[in-house]
Write a protein that binds this ligand. Sequence first.
Ligand code: KG4
Ligand code: ZN
Length: 353
Amino acid sequence: MLILGIESSCDETGVALVSWDPHAPREQVPTLLAHALHSQVSMHEAYGGVVPELASRDHIRRVLPLTQTVLSQARCERSDIDVVAFTRGPGLAGALLVGAGVACALGAALQRPVLGVHHLEGHLLSPFLSQDPPQFPFVALLVSGGHSQLMQVNGVGDYRLLGETIDDAAGEAFDKSAKLLGLGYPGGPALSRLAEQGNPTAFKLPRPLLHSGDLDFSFAGLKTAVMTQARKLGDDLPARCADLAASTQAAIVDVLVRKSLQALDVTGQRRLVVAGGVGANRALRAQLNAACHPRGVRVHYPELHLCTDNGAMIALAAAMRLQSGRSQASMDYAFDVRPRWPLDQLDADLIAQ
Ligand code: KG4
Ligand code: ZN
């Protein structure tokens, strides 16, 4: 069975083809046949952030050529597609509507069923496409540009929220701090590159909610502290920028690592899955590995190129939902999108429909 996945929730257009054998045992992970991606970063850079209207228009331009690329790479025809999956939410409404509209039009034209997928479920399951796929159950640390959550994951669709950010997401903390340091947009990768040349203990920055006793995060205060420090440095900022970047990254990573360990303790789980764009951060990976290894906890990550938004995770999540019997693809092409859509309410929402 061939599943086409379309991702268009924010500033990346992603398309992928995944193959899945409905008769294979449940443990067998679907196979990624091809995927293609267009990042809008250079387009939004001039504005210092994502401009929703420009994002939607660019998704319209890219989605069909990317679909053609993916089909050619996999040596398939449109008519070989069995299910068309798309990101239904959360994300920018206009951007989501492009993917949903194209997916449903394709489904209707080919007379194939369609399936709307939760973007964060895509991230959460993306490590199943890695060389070292996890097994259920596990604790998931979901760290993207818009979300920072710890979840107990018992199986496909069985997600319990353990804690989440009460203000900025971890990715947002990277991006906003990077902007304050003049590193452009999206600043996460740039800040982490610069941090490698700096001293992580050079500046004392707050670790919000570190000792709160619960599993929630808060990163808004850190951004303010970075701003205050940058102002204090004044003309010395360029010379100390790498130190400030390293100290900022250390504060974010410290909180993420400590809360992940707490979540493992509370749940008694021995596996941690890290997903979302911040999961590409090298310092986070190194420190999680160092902390988890001695405790006998295995840590799983998506392949580096599948950490940020992509179509492969959407096609994979659709395949795994179909495989688990949690969802059925539909021939009803009247679509909607969910710009706000809590992951732990996903199955309740689907059942209520
Ligand atoms: O998951 P994602 O692609 O998009 C959302 O669903 O939000 O995550 C994007 C976020 C951005 O905030 C970006 O700065 C951050 O992930 N990011 C990183 C790194 N690579 C991407 N943050 C820190 N270090 C990185 N290497
Ligand atoms: Zn994402």
